[in-house]
Design a protein around this ligand. Structure first.
Ligand code: NAI
Length: 250
């Protein structure tokens, strides 16, 4: 099935990369569920004003109950769920700090959203995928999962886990015609990143220096890869991770 006929849940879609994805999917004709802890309804209203069929749901992806309720609400309204983009993540609010200073609370907070959140949404949406005869999961990892990044051990580990979970689910869910792939962006000037000068200063320089296509990366630069994994042309691809970073990590 093409994206045009799909119902797509995009987590963390109130801003940044997630919003750009929701906008692209909606412009293609998909019905979009904006699932975000903050600002979901306002973002859905912005999309509706552009003629997009969008539903905003306030949800913390690390809460099993809230995630179950979000999936149920989406399926009740639209009758099916075809695509899940796991984009919500703790990144742009992080202040890089040496590994020795990282607390177990900080570690757990990041893993809870970035990994447990992906586990919970996949679990919650799977029954709807089965009822629809299949589905697409696109998990947002990060280029740092391959390269590391000083001061962000918890974040790097979480994004590595997303890649392994992508592979694990691909092997298990293929039988249900559920394809699971991942996109790993390089440093992107998203809303969240732009609001954190420490991050921009710390990452932008090194990230740009190592990038073959020597310019800033914007949310629009990554949505094509996410769209590809959610759409008909990738119908025989599963378990893969595509790095989109302007040529920084090879
Ligand atoms: P952002 O900070 O601009 O937006 C993240 C969105 O996720 C926000 O709307 C936030 O409210 C939502 N969110 C956070 N925790 C949540 C939770 N527990 N439940 C529901 N929603 C939650 O982020 P950005 O930069 O657009 O990143 C999106 C994804 O891409 C994240 O997974 C991030 O780790 C990943 N990524 C970002 C890169 C970058 O340089 N900006 C590079 C590589 C990966």
């Amino acid at each position: 099935m093409g994206l045009e006929q799909s119902v797509a849940i995009v987590t963390g879609a109130a801003q940044g990369i997630g919003y750009a994805v929701a906008q692209r999917f909606g412009a293609r004709g998909a019905k979009v569920v904006v699932a975000d802890r903050n600002g979901a309804e306002a973002a859905a209203a912005k999309l509706q004003a552009q003629g997009i069929d969008a539903l905003g749901v306030a949800v913390d992806v690390s809460s099993p109950e809230q995630v179950e309720a979000m999936a149920a609400q989406a399926e009740a309204l639209y009758g099916r769920i075809d695509v899940l983009v796991n984009n919500a993540g703790i990144y742009s609010s992080l202040t890089p700090k040496p590994f020795e200073q990282l607390t177990v609370q900080e570690w757990q907070q990041v893993l809870n959203v970035n990994v447990v959140g992906v586990f919970l949404t996949c679990k919650a949406v799977l029954p709807a995928f089965q009822r629809a005869g299949g589905g697409r999961i696109v998990n947002i990892s990060s280029g740092v999962a391959f390269k590391g990044n000083p001061g962000m051990a918890h974040y790097v580990a979480s994004k590595g886990a997303v890649i392994s979970l992508t592979r694990a689910l691909a092997t298990e869910l293929g039988v249900h015609k559920v394809l699971v792939n991942s996109v790993a962006p390089g440093f992107t000037l998203s809303d969240g990143a732009l609001a954190n000068p420490v991050l921009v200063e710390g990452v932008k320089g090194p990230s740009l220096r190592g990038r073959v296509l020597a310019r800033d990366m914007l949310p629009d630069d990554v949505i094509g890869a996410i769209e590809f994994f959610a759409d008909a042309p990738s119908a025989f691809i599963t378990g893969q991770t595509l790095v989109v970073d302007g040529g920084a990590y090879f």
